[in-house]
Design a protein around this ligand. Structure first.
Ligand code: ATP
Length: 943
């Protein structure tokens, strides 16, 4: 088993007790091997760091909390401490793992029979069996090793990042590069990257459930923890533990322990010991394997019994029986499934979808509704203000794109600059003050919505308005309040405090008493409010995102100044993806915080909403109970003015209606919905660590179209698994039936034990595996989602299996019977039969590459792995037939070219018949579809 060294082991190996450290302050020191400043470096346990003042901790780590470590010092410490990641120590050598393969009971039995052969002085047999077993075991070992390696590679897909102060600058880099003494900044949504002693906290609460099991986030402080600290981790309130998640607020801290020296080290060790649960598909493959094993054993027992009754040689019957068991039992099936799933996940990663858990691959093919955020996922999140409407009724148009001052603002044909239009300037003033973004060298630092406002201000030469004020307080934008508020005072003149607010129109109007008209406040009447709402909805209908502005001396006495409309163009390719998904039977629903008109306009541009379609607001959602929502939710395409807390209800209602739901999200508050969805999809770029943690899949590029690629891969993988299951089953059944029939009819054995083992290699080995990596047929995305309960072994698949097995058995038996016409069994007879079976199998594999399509239409050469595997198997077969040492082992004889031609002609029949069957099925499906279409037209009187 893999494992890491325990914390104490690590201490013994890497840490030396330092006499400078008193018992009162028992910290684990490590002798620095680095150049650095030549001082010793210390790792502190969280227990002791919690009891120390942070200045003391900073002194231990020789760090200034205001500037952090220097890069040089950090590098030196990193050399001494290693990376902040867990090293998996392989406890088993490769040789040990390889030898472990021989522990399989069937292999032991075969080795037993080789031993008996030695005792009976049948050395040829003994060597043959041993070599054949070695080949079988080696192939199995390589497969298993690959499976392990590909699973390991999966863990590297989402490397955590951190925000760290180095040389006085806040930098973002991979958490593995953190060293003890680093200063880490935490914000809402972050994952704590190492054990840290907090020295500054603002409303900081951290979800430590993975540690303590406590579901409520723990409130954190920077204060020294007194006597209580010994009560356990939960009481160390000034420590942020590695791997926990920041639910709220901000904090800063000193890294006191990385990797194995963190409390997470212990949890990691436990996690390593824990086998990851198998996927439903792996479980059903295990069950299938067990069932097949049971039936195979019964049949083999009967074969051996009959053989014994017929007076056949007992040792030979035993060896054949056990070889048959090795061959017929698809012990490679679960491994091939795992490798296929893991390789599929790697392929998805290349297409920018990171799947965190293998079962998700199966679920992807079943998803029949996707709820997607609008901004950033369906649209580009590249905002540009195009329209301005002031409270006193001025309309202005804005030109230019990007976060820069290129472009102009015109009102009734006149250029708007500086203070030429006071109400527009006032609007810009609020936009700039209530804003956290910066534009530097045409690059935006901050949110696109705020950047767009700054760009508009730049076009009027008002970018620097912020310099005239001091900000006293901020109430950040949240998707629940849908507004942002700042309290400022002017730097010059009377220092009167003023609130500047921007946000959703209806939220602002609720708090406005007056509106700004030609420099003076006028009372905000109902009619005026109605006029603003009408104007906002006009902008919304044009697909603009509307942001309203107000300011005033207090929050319940605000003056409305106007609003801006900004475009956020749909992402290219989304419309096409929506169309493909919808036509395959996947419903797409938009969940957005934007207004109804904007959401509907974007929705209809993307083809997921049509005029007269159903929309539902967050408020309406709040008022409905779940059963009411269930009744209407199937028809709703757009959820507007919704916030993350509504998403969970949406997921639940859809799931109650038996949908398999994919839900996207990026913020901390999306975590619950992402967890409850069948597939939680987090945004890779803008998503927080919390939501990435909760998600099953991460979209590296935040693009909706990536979801479609992932579904396509998911479906493709499932089809591929079906293909090799079909291949393995038909080979297995054919081999069993062949031996059973020849035994029942009193014929000699058509294949010897070594030949059967060779067939096993083909069945369980590379050819089967290569079917699993068949390139995804792009048509699969157009197939309807799979029903969750659909078994992989559908009736159609089974009938295909039986048909192929029947052809293989009939053909092989016929060749055997034909060769045996002299009533004597010679090596040539078995070589012909053996080669016949192998060729049948190769042609069978070829037709298994697709269940529906002709091999010619998917491309004979499109699966390179398959070509290599089949080419290799055929080459191996030729060696077995012509290479004298292998001839001796497999008891074969050289064949003539005419024999080959005959065998190829015969064995291609399995391919021809299955291709004809596919053709018939395709034709009848086309007819059925045509008929359904005509019926639809007739029923709807469409000419
Ligand atoms: P999504 O589609 O991902 O839910 P969204 O952009 O549609 O995102 P929100 O970001 O919640 O939804 O925005 C909802 C409304 O809140 C917007 O229509 C706008 O009026 C207002 N708003 C958006 N961003 C800000 C901001 N930074 N400050 C103030 N108000 C904002």
């Amino acid at each position: 088993m893999d494992g890491i060294k325990s914390r104490n082991d690590y201490a013994l190996v890497h840490f030396k007790r330092n006499s400078m450290v008193s018992n009162k302050n028992p910290i684990l020191p490590v002798e620095s091997t680095c150049e650095g400043n030549g001082t010793m470096m210390y790792c502190m346990t969280s227990e002791h760091a919690a009891g120390e003042d942070y200045t003391e901790v900073a002194r231990h780590f020789n760090v200034d909390v205001k500037t952090g470590l220097s890069h040089a010092e950090a590098e030196a410490r990193q050399k001494a401490h290693g990376y902040n990641e867990f090293e998996i120590i392989e406890e088993e050598t490769l040789l040990k793992k390889y030898l472990g393969q021989f522990k399989d009971p069937l292999i032991m039995l075969l080795l037993g029979s080789a031993l008996v052969s030695v005792l009976m002085k049948q050395f040829d047999d003994a060597i043959s069996i041993t070599v054949a077993i070695t080949i079988v075991v080696t192939v199995a070992f390589i497969q298993e090793y690959r499976s392990e390696k590909s699973l390991e590679a999966l863990k590297q897909l989402v490397p955590p990042k951190c925000h760290c102060l180095r040389d006085g600058h806040l930098e973002t880099f991979l958490a593995r590069n953190l060293v003890p003494g680093d200063i880490v900044h935490l914000t809402i949504g972050d994952r704590v990257p190492a054990d840290i002693r907090l020295f500054e906290t603002t409303d900081l609460s951290i979800d430590e459930s993975s540690f303590t099991g406590e579901t409520q986030p723990a409130n954190k402080t920077s204060a020294v923890q007194g006597a209580k600290i010994n009560n356990g981790i939960a009481d160390r309130r000034n420590i942020g533990f590695m791997g926990t998640l920041v639910r709220c607020g901000r904090g800063k801290g000193i890294v006191i322990g990385t990797a194995e020296n963190s409390e997470f080290g212990e949890v990691f060790k436990m996690m390593q010991a824990e086998e990851p649960p198998k996927t439903p598909l792996q479980r059903s493959m295990d069950t299938l394997g067990k069932q097949l094993s049971f039936y195979s054993f019964c049949i083999i027992a009967v074969i051996m019994l009959i053989g014994w009754l017929q007076g056949k040689h007992m040792l030979e019957m035993f060896t054949i029986g056990v070889s048959l068991a090795v061959a017929a039992i698809p012990e490679g099936l679960p491994i091939v499934v795992t490798v296929t799933l893991a390789l599929g996940v790697m392929r998805m990663a290349k297409r920018k979808a990171i799947v965190k858990k293998l079962p998700i691959v199966e679920t992807l093919g079943c998803v029949n509704v996707i709820c997607s955020d609008k901004t950033g996922t369906l649209t580009k999140n590249e905002m540009t203000v195009t329209h301005i409407y002031t409270s006193d009724g001025l309309h202005a148009e804005v030109t230019g794109v990007g976060y820069n001052g290129n472009g102009e603002i015109r009102c009734n044909g006149n250029l708007v600059k500086d203070y030429t239009h006071p109400s527009i300037s006032k609007l810009m003033e609020v936009s700039c003050l209530c804003n956290n973004a910066e534009i530097e060298n045409n690059t935006l630092l901050g949110q696109p919505t705020e950047g767009a406002l700054l760009a508009a201000a730049m076009k009027m030469n008002l970018y620097n308005l912020r310099d005239g004020y001091d900000r006293l307080q901020e109430w950040p934008f949240t998707s629940d309040t849908k507004k942002m508020v700042v309290k400022c005072v002017p730097k010059q003149g009377p220092r009167q405090e003023m609130y500047f607010v921007k946000g959703a129109l209806e939220r602002l109007l609720q708090q406005c008493k007056t509106y700004y008209s030609r420099g003076a406040p006028l009372p905000l009447t109902g009619a005026q409010q109605h006029a603003y709402t009408l104007e906002a909805s006009r902008m919304g209908v044009a697909g603009l995102r509307v942001l309203a502005m107000a300011y005033g001396p207090s929050m319940d006495n605000l003056m409305f100044v106007g609003m801006v409309g900004m475009i956020d163009p749909p992402r290219p390719g989304v419309r096409e993806s929506v169309e493909v998904l919808v036509s395959s039977g996947v419903a797409i629903k938009m969940v957005t915080g934007d207004a109804e008109e904007t959401a509907a306009a974007i929705g209809s541009r993307l083809g997921l909403y049509s005029l007269g379609g159903h929309t539902l607001s967050g408020e309406q959602l709040d008022q409905m109970d779940i059963s009411e929502l269930q009744r209407i939710i199937n028809r709703v395409a757009v959820f507007y003015r919704a916030s993350p807390r509504h998403k969970h209800k949406i997921v639940k209602a859809l799931q109650n209606n038996k949908y398999i739901v994919g839900m996207t999200g990026d913020g901390v508050n999306d975590a619950v919905a992402l967890r409850s969805a069948d597939i939680g999809i987090a945004m890779g770029t803008v998503g927080t660590d919390v939501c990435k943690e909760a998600a099953d899949m991460i979209l590296v590029d935040d693009e909706f179209s990536t979801i479609m690629s992932a579904i396509e891969e998911g479906k493709g993988i499932f089809y591929n698994i079906r293909n090799f299951v079909r291949f393995q089953l038909s080979t297995s059944i054919a081999a069993l039936t062949l031996i059973t029939l020849s035994t029942v009819f009193g014929l000699p054995n058509p294949l010897n034990a070594m030949q059967i083992l060779w067939i096993n290699i083909i069945m369980d080995g590379p050819p089967a595996q290569s079917l699993g990596v068949e390139p995804v047929d792009h048509d699969v995305i157009r197939q309807p989602p799979r029903r969750v309960n659909d078994s992989i072994l559908s009736r159609k698949l089974l009938s295909n299996v039986v048909l192929s097995a029947l052809i293989i058995v009939t053909g092989t038996l016929w060749v055997f019977w034909r060769e045996m016409s002299d009533n004597k069994i010679t090596p040539r007879d078995t070589t012909m039969t053996f080669t016949c079976f192998v060729f049948f199998d190769m042609f069978n594999a070829l037709s298994c590459r697709s269940q529906k399509k002709s091999v010619f239409s998917i491309g004979l050469f499109s699966n390179r792995m398959f070509l290599l595997a089949v080419g290799g198997s055929l080459l191996g077969q030729l060696l077995v037939i012509y290479f004298p040492p292998l001839q001796a082992i497999f008891q074969t004889e050289a064949l003539y070219l005419t024999d080959f031609l005959f065998l190829i002609a015969l064995t291609s029949s399995v391919f021809v018949v299955t291709e004809i069957r596919k053709l018939i099925e395709r034709t009848s499906e086309r007819r059925r579809r045509l008929f359904a279409k005509e019926k639809f037209y007739d029923d709807h009187d469409i000419v």
